[in-house]
Design a protein around this ligand. Structure first.
Ligand SMILES: NC(=O)c1ccc[n+]([C@@H]2O[C@H](COP(=O)([O-])OP(=O)(O)OC[C@H]3O[C@@H](n4cnc5c(N)ncnc54)[C@H](OP(=O)(O)O)[C@@H]3O)[C@@H](O)[C@H]2O)c1
Length: 173
């Protein structure tokens, strides 16, 4: 079972401001849509509320919540990341993609093996943040730059990270 987290953030890891994402980057949105096609997707309840109507046939929306009885069209509510992993497996999906927001990235970071992170060039500012990454744990595998243009107010870089394997060591524990 693969777990990927996908997010866009500014240079200070801000994900959103006042409940909305403060940039519009169509090429990044297209990459996000393409990556999420046909996959199990874990969203925090607040992000899911904002994305109603976005989910497509073939996707399995799983909504992280502490609430009882939340109805999720085409998917279901889950009370933990572990429950989301079980549901992904039971329904026959090979990958769970964590699509935010900040609390949900924080809850899932420990089980993620891959990150696809768009860094929006500049300090856009926000009030919800992606968790800090330990550079010892993550290795950049691919990196694609996109310049600012008439459709993209900001330049941005999309990086794909993989979790580093733990090296065997002779050091005493
Ligand atoms: N830039 C990006 O890539 C990106 C991506 C996604 C979202 N966003 C932004 O992120 C913001 C939302 O992020 P957020 O951090 O406020 O909220 P969130 O992670 O979307 O959702 C938070 C909710 O998830 C549930 N939850 C969180 N941790 C849980 C746990 N350990 N166990 C069970 N349930 C848990 C709770 O739901 P209940 O209250 O129902 O119990 C909580 O209120 C939005 O403004 C959105 O625009 C940005």
């Amino acid at each position: 079972m693969h777990v990927t987290m996908i997010a866009a953030m500014d240079g200070e890891r801000a994900l959103s401001r006042g409940g909305r994402v403060p940039w519009h980057l169509p090429a990044d949105v297209a990459m996000f849509r393409g990556y999420c096609e046909g996959k199990a997707l874990l969203a925090g309840r607040r992000t899911w509320e904002q994305m109603r109507g976005w989910f497509r046939a073939g996707q399995l929306p799983l909504v992280l919540t502490r609430r009882e009885g939340l109805e999720v069209p085409g998917g279901r509510a889950v009370g933990s990341v572990g429950e989301a992993l079980r549901e992904t497996w039971v329904r026959g999906y090979g990958e769970l993609v964590v699509i935010g927001g900040g609390e949900t990235y924080g809850a899932a970071l420990g089980v993620a093996g891959q990150l696809i992170l768009t860094e929006v060039r500049g300090k856009v500012g926000g009030d919800v943040f992606f968790p800090a990454l330990d550079p010892c744990e993550w290795e950049v595998k691919d990196e694609v730059d996109h310049a600012a243009d008439e459709a993209h107010e900001f330049a941005f870089t999309i990086r794909r990270y993989e979790r580093r394997a733990i090296e065997p060591t002779d050091e005493p524990l």
